[in-house]
Design a protein around this ligand. Structure first.
Ligand code: ATP
Ligand SMILES: Nc1nc2c(ncn2[C@@H]2O[C@H](COP(=O)(O)O)[C@@H](O)[C@H]2O)c(=O)[nH]1
Length: 213
């Protein structure tokens, strides 16, 4: 029943190439962790839409791979030119998905993955991208806070902003019809299995198409 539902969801796709997938959910819920596992296991199937941001890179993050790290001025100029499908201010920094980032993945006939916040979800819903919407949620606010603190990437101010945004996010995510799939990332292996099962049919379709062409 579960797979039949997704088969219908995927076959309703519009536009060229496989249907994109939007990942959203509170900062610290584990989106990047799950996405990195997925892209490592299926590197010829998924392509990441590399967002632009004005925040500083974290240790280990690569410009052009994790994000395009840009100044506020250049990001604003890009937004004014219409280069972005969506953009948002999150925890005091600008983030945005450029048209070029999505087109680059779609041109390679890969499933385009977008990792965006809730404002991004709202804005993408106004476009014709028609992605599958997946929400990655933490098991509780307490676990989320511990994960964010243990990650050691945030100042106390940024952490509080992210926790505040998380509360709003978790309420909105419960509204019917906002997300197609909700995954609770408690045990990582279980959450990853849930994610793979959700996407398996589309993964197999893309593998089939890309090996026969
Ligand atoms: N199931 C899990 N159990 C324990 N720790 C986890 C789990 N999933 C992720 N983590 C850890 O929690 C932290 C936050 O994960 P991650 O950076 O993937 O979150 P995120 O949703 O991508 O956050 P952001 O939106 O801020 O980029 C990381 O240190 C990661 O190693
Ligand atoms: N609306 C958008 N949100 C984005 C984009 N790229 C990332 N994000 C979201 O920002 C927060 C914080 O990310 P972090 O890397 O600073 O921890 C997180 O929720 C991401 O999903 C984007 O292009 N548009």
């Amino acid at each position: 029943m579960y797979m039949r539902y997704f088969s219908r969801v995927f076959s309703a796709m519009a536009g060229p190439g496989p249907r994109p997938v939007v990942f959203s959910g509170p900062s610290g819920a584990g989106k990047s962790t799950l996405l990195k596992k997925l892209m490592k296991e299926y590197e010829s199937v998924f392509g990441f839409s590399v967002s632009h941001t004005t925040r500083n890179p974290r240790p280990g993050e690569e410009n052009g791979k994790d994000y395009h790290f840009v100044t506020k001025e250049s990001m604003q100029a890009g937004i004014d030119r219409g280069d972005f499908i969506e953009s948002a201010v999150f925890s005091g920094n600008m983030y945005g998905t450029s048209k070029a980032a999505v087109q680059a993945v779609q041109a390679a006939n890969l499933i385009c993955i977008l990792d965006i916040d809730m404002q991004g979800v709202r804005n993408i819903k106004k476009t014709d991208l028609n992605p599958l919407y997946i929400s990655i949620q933490p098991p509780s606010m307490a676990v989320l806070e511990k994960r964010l603190r243990d990650r050691k990437t945030e100042s106390e101010e940024s952490l509080q902003k992210r926790l505040h945004a998380a509360k709003v996010d978790m309420e909105y995510s419960k509204e019917p019809g906002v997300f197609d799939v909700l995954i609770i990332n408690d045990n990582l292996d279980d959450a990853y299995e849930h994610l793979k099962q959700t996407l398996l049919e589309e993964i197999n379709n893309v593998k089939k198409i890309n090996t026969s062409s």
